[in-house]
Design a protein around this ligand. Structure first.
Ligand code: UDP
Ligand code: MN
Length: 324
């Protein structure tokens, strides 16, 4: 018998309709979920068991618990000023600082007000920070073309950082903390911060690529600093680069008058601050008795803008709306 195409269609339609009605009737019906519930219970109880045994394991491996004293905070004071490479420098060091626990960055702009570039960079940095600003007076500022050694840079900004620190930690004289002056163009190893964290008075270590030398460093004999390895005027009170020492917060708070002398002669800025605080014998050598370089006095080349300027003259310069 030949089936008519129409009959096939009708049959197909009927079967599909019945299937659909059956499926709709099943919706909302309680299922027999006993199996399902049981396997879920089994998983939960197995996980509970595993959690218990992991806890037991941890108890066994943990050393006898000592009451943990909180990690001393490292307050990093950084002077910074607007120039083409500023955002690159700040990005670089801020991302180093992200690797350091319990670090508070005090970034002090050499400017009449806080800039949007720095404010936004800080807000996105993920760091604990304080944003300050103070403009270096014109007569103290290095002018275009002046040799770089003529006047100290960043002195007012470091002092502003110290002022804020003293004010905001008032009444916390006993707090364990460390103060470090980190220029925005140097290169810092994350390890350096753990070396300085236990500073009692003033800790010191070598600085690479500074003072026309491969490194400068305090020379340690019998666990004490006895002199300094430097290429220039070793007789200065503290022939140490800014990046080569850290001071305890207690010492900073106990000496409310100590600050950087913005008029100090070349090479004496660090001494102007440290002189009233410690003696050479009291310095605490770090970085394996000052034998390891963990910070470098790198300096970033000023980018050349020849092509940019040429294009600007033709009205084809880079979009000034793009922040660099
Ligand atoms: N700095 C500043 N204002 C200036 C020049 C420099 O605040 O007019 C900051 C700079 O951003 C850096 C520190 O002071 O954090 C030291 O400056 P620089 O690195 O130029 O000095 P150098 O490497 O020659 O010691
Ligand atoms: Mn520098």
């Amino acid at each position: 018998m030949r089936l008519k195409l129409k009959t096939v269609f009708v049959l197909y339609f009927m079967v599909s309709l019945l299937g659909l009605i059956y499926a709709l009737m099943q919706l909302g019906q309680r299922c027999d979920c006993t199996d399902h519930d049981m396997s879920r219970d089994r998983v939960i109880s197995r996980l509970r068991g595993e959690l218990h045994s992991v806890r037991e394991q941890m108890k066994k491996t943990e050393p006898t618990k000592l009451p943990k004293s909180p990690l001393p905070t490292i307050y990093v004071i950084t002077p910074t000023y607007a120039r083409l490479v500023q955002k690159a420098e700040l990005t670089r060091i801020s991302q180093t600082f992200l690797h350091v626990p319990q670090l508070h960055w005090i970034l002090v702009e050499d400017s009449p007000n806080k800039t949007a570039l720095v404010s936004e960079l800080l807000a996105r940095s993920g760091l604990t920070y304080t944003h300050l600003h103070v403009l270096t007076p014109h007569d103290r500022k290095l002018q275009e073309g002046d040799p770089s050694w003529l006047k100290p840079r960043g002195a007012e900004q470091r002092n502003e950082g110290l002022r804020w620190l003293r004010e905001s930690t008032r009444g916390r004289q006993r707090e364990q903390g460390v103060v470090y002056f980190a220029d925005d163009d140097n290169t810092y190893s994350v390890q350096l911060f753990e070396e300085m964290r236990g500073t009692q008075m003033v800790s010191v270590w070598p600085v690479g690529l500074v003072g026309g030398m491969r490194y400068e460093r305090p020379v340690v004999e019998g666990g004490r600093v006895v002199r300094f390895h430097t290429g220039w005027r070793p007789g200065r009170p503290f022939p140490i680069d800014m990046a080569g020492f850290a001071v305890s917060l207690r010492l900073v708070l106990a000496n409310p008058e100590s600050r950087f002398d913005g008029n100090a002669p070349m090479g004496f800025l660090e001494s102007s601050f440290l002189q009233g605080l410690v003696t050479m014998e009291e310095l605490e050598p770090r970085a394996e008795m000052c034998t390891k370089v963990l910070v470098w006095h790198t300096r970033t080349e000023k980018p050349k803008m020849k092509r940019e300027e040429a294009l600007q003259k033709q009205g084809l310069g880079s979009d000034p709306g793009v922040e660099v």
